[in-house]
Design a protein around this ligand. Structure first.
Ligand code: AQP
Length: 351
């Protein structure tokens, strides 16, 4: 039976709901992050934080999806550095190999092979409907890479290789997980039961952190504007400066209100780092002005990021050790990926 996690369900709540339905515990969780630039607090609140929360409850695989990152132009020297920086940030945040498997996508060749087979299952129409492709390719459709168009089939391969139950992602990736389910179903219908149906798991808060410079847009790693994103390794001073210049709205009430995206975004960030409820956060800011709001958000972000920054900087001192840690993850998952491929090749009639 196909079980879909309801929208806006936390990973804890998802696992609890599964247990309540008598489903085995220790669900397989898979998720990925692109090394397209330095991670920001949107990646942290929308994805990494819920990955960490779910560590004890699930069997977890996390992937630095470097093959996805070359669907848009990348400088090779920077890309190599960014892969290690992302790895260090994830490890420093608590995703160490004792609690999960963390690896680099290009270290496991099966991802590309399954992506090709899924390219031969997906239709042009299905991929044309993906909003992320439309948004990223909009400016230069003719010059957009074919890989950007087929990005979702590679993501589907990532997920399906490992018999994934749940994919914790920010709201922007929900459509891709839904496509993964469709492709799994299409493959199973054509070639026989092979893939498990994965479910997207979207956090209740922090699912879509917005750009500080323009709260109508999502915060993005690859946005070049300095004040757009708070990066995980920004200095405390830069965090304060970026928040001071964050765009707010006219009016003075400090309330969660989607129609006032600037203030709503700042409150979302505050809640993500400090915890509590929407009501307790609104009560905390009653009678205060935007200046106080921005200062308190900066303090909350800096307190949350300080230990991660310090540990990341230590890890980045020893690149050899980082590479060794990443190899452990790839060696651990490669066998399962290969076993899936043996089945897939046989089902399709290859070889
Ligand atoms: N603004 C965001 N708010 C909440 N969650 C977010 N995520 C990304 N941006 C936000 C979630 O972070 C995880 C890793 O994202 P990704 O590396 O796969 O790439 P992305 O979704 O395309 O994120 P970016 O930061 O905007 O990168 P670029 O600029 O390279 O496209 C995912 O779970 C994502 O949902």
């Amino acid at each position: 039976m196909v079980r879909v996690a309801p929208r806006a369900l936390s990973l804890n709540a998802y696992v609890q709901a599964q247990e309540d339905q008598g489903v085995n515990t220790k669900r397989r969780v898979f998720s990925g992050v692109q090394p397209t630039g330095q991670l920001h607090i949107g990646n942290y609140l929308g994805a990494i934080k819920q990955w960490i929360t779910g560590l004890e409850l699930s069997e977890n695989i996390f992937c630095i999806v470097d093959l996805h990152s070359i669907t848009v132009p990348q400088d090779p020297v920077k890309l190599r550095r960014q892969i290690r920086e992302v790895a260090a940030i994830l490890l420093a945040s608590g995703l160490d190999q004792a609690k999960c498997s963390l690896f680099v996508q290009s270290h496991v060749a099966a991802h590309c092979e399954l992506a090709w087979i899924l390219n031969c299952v997906a239709s042009m129409g299905q991929l044309s409907r993906m909003t992320q492709f439309k948004a990223k390719a909009d400016a230069a459709k003719e010059n957009a890479r074919v890989g950007l168009f087929t990005y979702p089939t590679l993501m589907a391969a990532d997920i399906l290789l490992y018999h994934t139950d749940a994919v914790p992602v920010g709201a922007d990736q929900k459509q891709h997980v839904e496509l993964t389910r469709d492709l799994a179903q299409q493959f199973n219908n054509t070639f026989g039961e092979t893939f498990k149906m994965p479910a997207p798991v979207i956090p209740a808060m922090g699912a879509r952190v917005r750009g500080l410079d323009d709260p109508t847009k999502k915060m993005s790693k690859s946005d070049p504007v300095w004040g757009h994103a708070i990066r995980m390794l920004d200095t405390p001073e830069d965090v304060v400066k970026k928040l001071k210049s964050a765009k707010t709205d006219s009016g003075s009430d400090i309330l969660f209100d989607e129609n006032r995206p600037g203030v709503n975004n700042l409150l979302t960030i505050y809640l993500g780092f400090r915890g509590g409820t929407r009501e307790s956060v609104e009560a905390h800011f009653t009678g205060k002005g935007y200046g106080a709001l921005k200062a308190e958000v900066a303090e909350a972000v800096n307190e949350g990021l300080r230990p991660i920054r310090e540990r990341t900087n230590q890890l980045l001192q020893d690149e050899g050790e980082l590479d060794r840690i990443l190899r452990i993850g790839a060696d651990r998952v490669r066998g399962e990926a290969e076993a899936t491929m043996t089945k897939v090749r046989s089902r399709v009639g290859l070889g």
